[in-house]
Design a protein. Structure first.
Length: 467
């Protein structure tokens, strides 16, 4: 706790928190000491809020508008300012083409991201973070040419210490070592001097969206991607001790990942796009890609471009005739995905969603419970994972599987940079399905919502699009 407080006081979030407090103090001062200007201030408040509301409606951001308009009505000045900061019109995903589901998914991914299907020779699924952590350390120790890491969270501790020791040795040996981490995700977990320390170790580093008072402060890099020579690791596992069972937090931490061996060109180019965006002075050199009609799809969303995950998941859910199984720690699906799950259940498919039984953020967990209850009442089966905290992010739908960094919530679907792999491999789908079945049997039914909780959920759900 003392370390986190020290990181906070010395880190990037402290100036932001101080600025917010100063703004609040100024508002209180004006309200108490300057009553003469309240009438013109009220008129200016209404004019500013009206303009902000008009701009939001003109942008047509769908579900997010309701939350922002509510903010404007409730706290006009602050709400209008926040709504404009959080507002950003992203381009729409292209319409897919093709006769089969796989062709339509591949068309959507390629037309939006330029990443074609990629050949792979082997895919390995990890049911726990410890398995993935051991495999990652094994590969890092044997790396010959390249170690590229892109993670939402790096946290000081035993696991990261082991990794940095290897990276330093490999960098001295001529291996191309690069690290991208998200400034917000690491703000309370790494010292502010971390980029300098990594540079001293010979590790090339880029920090995604350093915390500043700017418009895109809510756009984060939520990916978990490691590329080590000819293999890539993806999933929900960050580089922190609780993810790999080196410390206990919220009981046993249930997380999953996948290791892919094969053509790494699509994975490398995805990493390089972010790297060059953060290192504008570098010459841009991408790896040539060799499209394959047979292979996995690298599903990715940036914090800037068109969003394809909602459309891809919507296509998966709408096409499923037999079963859909979902691991997700946070549940606030956009309306089209909510509807697609309900419609799949109504046409006879077995639709099951697993969420945590333990909260890591109480307000967010109340929203997750509320949406779970709404799905349950609409015919979708939902259970809570009881053996610790569930952080896994997987979908299996009729033999197609997705292992990714995506949560089934607004942030992942509409705002954050994410990535994952779509695998058209029934053997892999069976492995993930077996893991899901084991967790499902250990899970428990959801408790009924009280009236007070339901009212609190209805209020919080208004702001779900802003999370």
């Amino acid at each position: 706790m003392l370390r986190r407080i020290r990181y906070f006081l010395r880190g990037r979030m402290f100036p932001l928190a101080l600025s917010a407090l100063l703004l609040l103090a100024l508002a209180v001062f004006l309200a108490i000491r300057l009553p003469r200007i309240l009438a013109p201030a009220a008129l200016a408040e209404r004019a500013f809020s009206f303009v902000a509301a008009c701009l939001l409606v003109a942008k047509g951001e769908g579900e997010g508008n309701l939350a922002k308009l509510f903010l404007i009505a409730f706290v006009p000045y602050l709400g209008a300012a926040l709504s404009l900061v959080l507002s950003r019109q992203l381009p729409e995903a292209p319409l897919p083409e093709g006769d089969t589901l796989k062709e339509r998914l591949a068309s959507l991914v390629f037309r939006a991201t330029g990443l074609p299907p990629a050949k792979y020779s082997r895919a390995e699924y990890f049911e726990t973070g410890k398995e993935m952590g051991d495999a990652l350390l094994y590969d890092l120790n044997r790396a010959k040419t390249r170690i590229w890491l892109e993670y939402y969270i790096l946290a000081s501790g035993e696991f990261l210490g082991e990794i940095l020791k290897i990276l330093e040795e490999k960098a001295k040996g001529g291996v191309d070592v690069r690290v991208i981490y998200d400034d917000f995700g690491c703000a309370m977990k790494l010292p502010a001097r971390m980029p300098r320390e990594l540079k001293k170790r010979g590790i090339r580093t880029a920090v995604f969206s350093p915390l500043r008072l700017k418009k895109n402060v809510v756009r984060r890099d939520h990916r978990k991607l490691a590329i080590v020579d000819g293999a890539a690791f993806l999933g929900g596992i960050n580089l922190a001790d609780e993810y790999v069972a080196k410390c206990i937090r919220f009981g046993n931490w249930k997380d999953t990942a996948v290791r892919i061996e094969g053509d790494m060109s699509a994975f490398c180019n995805l990493f390089l796009r972010t790297w060059y965006a953060l290192n504008l002075s570098e010459e841009k050199i991408y790896e040539p890609m060799q499209p394959s009609e047979e292979g996995l799809l690298l599903l990715s969303d940036s914090a800037q471009g068109a969003r394809i995950a909602p459309d891809c998941l919507g296509m998966l859910f709408s096409a499923a005739q037999k079963s859909i199984c979902i691991f997700t720690p946070y549940l606030s699906p956009p309306a089209p995905l909510f509807s697609a799950l309900v419609q799949a259940a109504r046409r006879g498919a077995s639709v099951r969603v697993m969420i945590p039984a333990l909260p890591d953020k109480k307000a967010v967990y109340l929203v997750t419970q509320g949406y779970a209850e709404e799905l349950r009442r609409a015919g979708v089966e939902v259970r809570a994972f009881t053996d610790g905290f569930l952080h896994a992010k997987c979908v299996v739908a009729d033999g197609i599987s997705l292992v990714s960094s995506y949560n089934l919530d607004f942030g992942s679907m509409h705002r954050q940079a994410e990535c994952g792999v779509l695998l058209f491999d029934r053997e892999m789908a069976e492995k993930i399905g077996q893991d899901f079945e084991t967790c499902w049997r250990q899970g428990r039914e959801l408790k009924r919502f009280s009236r007070i909780k339901r009212a609190a959920f209805r209020l919080l759900a208004l702001f779900a699009p802003l999370t």
